[in-house]
Design a protein around this ligand. Structure first.
Ligand code: AMP
Ligand code: GLY
Length: 425
């Protein structure tokens, strides 16, 4: 098969690494990819949001399957674009159409979906600009802290947890009246704060059947001990000790099955990954959010544990024959440490030469934000630069090895957390 993978982060390098191992993979193209994906296939410098360019590439390279890594092309309708063109519609796109992608693209839509299908989630209300007075009144009686969410995509920044009513009033006004997140905050979801510990659960579905992938936990804060600003993710682990059989059973029965059935009832076709961000509230799971893609950096811990042929599974999703597929899972713990640019998640510099990559023998390195210059040198090209994943029977050893190897990777200003998994192991 000829495969086209869309995206350029650590998640996509992990996908490329896994797909390239498949006996079914003849050629792998990554658009646009990074210096790491270039080792697994051919990078093609096109913009994933330029659907015409993507489809030209798909035809030219006789692509048999497209896998979309990030959410934005999905929310903008890349799957619908392929289906709407006679010369493209035979090519399965793994990733939902615009309708399904609203699970991530609109918080209000996803809350209404959960309510409609009785999926446990935080209580909420949605307000638009014209409802500002009602929204402010609503805040007056809301218990603290108050969670405000911009309805649309806001590059992971659209959620604000307000510790005081005054802060909530200011933030709500900034979002609704002053377009703090542009069009994304034209609508705001005001939500109950859920106390508990977070978990990321991943489902792959062909719209009818599903398989659950290994769960993971990610570490979003920049500082050790989960302090400081939120980032795209500083590390992840899989499996998660508190996600025992009893909790996973509740998650499957109360959340996964009603989600798949809900999509069917709502007549929303869905072929792709569903990433369910959950809060474990004293043994009961609540949905915080849906994403219509895999997590990053969770993918870098999840895929190395999957022993089955991923391309075979994706092909089954495309053909609608996922039913009965079983995953073989490596029981060891995978721990991922993300090495980031100094200053991230604030302003940071790019173009710093990276050294030490060859010295790492006993961990996997997934490139997140890297590029190659004409001389073939690897340079930093983003906030999150590299993800180091290690597998071990003992979780602590997996973390320790990833931390050791993160020390062996060098570029000006690098930073990483040494305490991934600190709350679990
Ligand atoms: P999101 O952008 O939806 O991933 O939200 C960012 C983070 O905010 C989540 O990963 C949670 O840590 C936190 N969060 C969102 N909603 C809630 C909630 N209702 N209660 C507690 N924490 C939340
Ligand atoms: N790790 C969280 C995300 O991918 O959104």
């Amino acid at each position: 098969m000829n495969v086209l993978l869309i995206g350029s982060g650590g998640r996509e390098h992990a996908f490329a690494w896994k797909i390239a191992q498949s006996v079914h993979c003849d050629n792998l193209y990554i658009a646009p990819g990074n210096a790491g994906t270039a080792e697994c296939g051919r990078n093609v410098p096109i913009d994933p949001l330029d659907f015409e360019a993507v489809s030209r590439l798909a035809l030219e390279k006789k692509i048999d399957l497209v896998l979309v890594g990030p959410e934005e092309p999905l929310v903008r309708g890349i799957s619908d674009y392929f289906l709407a063109h006679d010369n493209l519609k035979h090519i399965p796109v793994i990733g939902p159409g615009r309708a399904g992608a609203r699970l991530e693209g609109s918080k209000d839509f996803s809350k209404r979906f959960m309510q409609r299908h009785r999926i446990p989630t935080a209580a909420y209300a949605t307000f638009t600009r014209s409802e500002i007075d009602a929204a402010l009144d609503y805040l007056d009686t809301h218990p603290l802290p108050i969670v405000l969410k911009a309805d649309g995509l806001a590059a992971g920044k659209g959620v604000i947890i307000c510790e005081s009513r005054e802060q909530a009033r200011q933030e709500l006004k900034a979002m609704l009246l002053n377009a703090k997140f542009g069009a994304a905050s034209e609508k705001v979801v005001v939500e109950e704060f859920l106390e508990g510990i977070e978990l990321s659960v991943f489902v792959l579905t062909d719209g009818d059947s599903y398989v659950m992938l290994p769960e993971a936990k990610d570490y979003k804060r920049i500082g050790e001990g989960d302090t400081g600003l939120n980032t795209g993710g500083m590390g992840s682990v899989s499996p998660v000790p508190f996600a025992d059989e009893a909790l996973m059973k509740k998650i499957e029965e109360r959340i996964v099955i009603p989600t798949i059935e809900g999509l069917k009832k709502d007549e929303i076709p869905y072929k792709g990954f569903i990433f369910i961000g959950l809060m474990n509230r004293s043994g009961d799971p609540y949905v915080i959010e849906y994403n219509v893609r895999m997590g990053d950096p969770e993918t870098e811990s999840v895929l190395p544990r999957i022993q089955s042929d991923l391309l075979e599974l994706l092909q089954a999703v495309g053909q609608g024959t996922l039913q009965g597929q079983q995953l073989e899972i490596d029981p060891r713990t995978a721990a991922t440490v993300v090495v980031v640019s100094g200053g991230y998640p604030g302003a940071y510099e790019k173009g710093k030469p990276i050294t030490g990559l060859e010295s790492v023998k006993d961990s996997l390195i997934f490139h997140a934000g890297t590029t190659q210059d004409e001389a073939g040198r690897c340079l930093t090209a983003g906030g999150r630069v590299l993800a180091v994943t290690s597998l071990s029977e003992k979780a602590e050893n997996a973390v320790a090895r990833s931390v050791e190897n993160a020390k062996n990777l060098n570029f000006d200003g690098k930073y990483f957390r040494r305490d991934i998994g600190f709350d679990l192991f």
